[in-house]
Write a protein of this length. Structure first.
Lengths: 87, 234
């Protein structure tokens, strides 16, 4: 079975995020000073072939921990769904 | 001594490093292409600066899984000596061979300038012979050099003599003003607890040729190479 995962990778809340900070400041420049607290991460889509949802979840976890995130500086969360069969 | 300089796609300080190690410091140097898996019996492996694999995902994250790195990690785990400069330091942190991680500079600028470094202790091979009260002028060139390590590991790092250098001013004073990239405790470089893996953001190889008017970097490299050579003789 094929599954699709959507992963969000974010900098740890305690860490300074210079990109998010720069974007926050720019909100004032576009006339939206009400918007603050921008933090920027990564959004990753991937497909995984596995026998069950449980097995797919384990593979995605492994990918997140080994390669997709650096757990010293980032955390992640993901959603997983079975890919729709092509007609 | 035989030294291997790893070349990843996107490395751009490899030639400078090879020039300094071979032409100035007179060692035998071989290039180690990222797809190779033979370390050619080198005594020291150097991971140079650059933008390996375009710095995609995170700096050093993809290089860490290249074929040569599997051998480099095994070499280090057996006590082999490694030195990572700039992107090489990022690769070593991503590999878990060095503690901590390197984040975007808070200014979000690419910092390309001369900075000053103060040896933190004399408890490792690179700082062993250096004057602890001297400010060494060494260039930096990075956008992601903000050294971060979790709070509970910071004291151990200092006690073990694993902090190589701290950013300081021209008078060797370590202060907030000199900490241009916001690193934890002004840290510019660290080594592992076993003292065989070394990483630093500044580029000593760019301050090693007399023609460039600054040889402070040569002093640093000589100190490390002398230490490695002495340990090989044992």
């Amino acid at each position: 079975m094929k599954f699709k995962a959507e992963i969000n990778v974010m900098p740890h809340k305690a860490l300074l995020d210079p990109q998010g900070k720069a974007i926050s400041k720019s909100m004032t420049n576009i006339g939206l000073p009400e918007i603050t607290g921008v933090r920027m991460g990564k959004h990753i889509h991937l497909e995984v072939e596995a026998e069950s949802e449980e097995a797919a979840k384990a593979k995605v976890e492994e990918a997140c921990q080994k390669l997709l995130t650096n757990q010293i500086t980032e955390y992640y969360e993901f959603t997983l769904a079975q890919a729709e069969l092509e007609a | 001594m035989k030294i291997g300089v790893v070349v990843f796609p996107g490395s751009n300080c490899d030639k400078d490093m090879i020039y300094v190690l071979s032409n100035i410091l007179k060692h035998e140097v071989v290039e180690l292409w990222h797809k190779n898996t033979d370390l050619q019996d080198v005594d020291l492996v150097v991971l140079p600066g650059g933008f390996s694999y375009g710095d995609y995902l995170r700096s050093g994250a993809i290089a860490r899984f290249s074929p040569i790195m599997e051998k480099v990690i095994a070499f280090a785990n057996e006590g082999g000596y490694l030195l990572g400069i700039c992107n090489g330091f990022q690769v070593l942190c991503e590999s878990g061979l060095l503690p901590g991680a390197l984040l975007h500079n808070p200014s979000h600028n690419f910092a390309c300038k001369n900075v000053y470094l103060k040896p933190h202790s004399n408890q490792n091979l690179i700082t062993r012979d250096l004057d602890k009260n001297k400010a060494f002028k060494i260039p930096v060139a990075h956008g992601e050099g903000r050294y971060f390590i979790e709070e509970d590991q910071r004291a151990t790092l200092a006690e073990n003599g694993q902090i190589l250098f701290q950013y300081c001013n021209a008078s060797a004073k370590v202060n907030e003003e000199a900490n241009f990239n916001g690193s934890v405790e002004n840290i510019a470089g660290v080594c592992n607890a076993q003292k065989n893996v070394y990483g630093m953001m500044p580029h000593p190889e760019r301050a090693a040729d007399e023609n460039l008017g600054n040889v402070d970097g040569r002093t640093l490299l000589e100190s490390l190479l002398k230490g490695v050579e002495a340990s090989l003789v044992k």
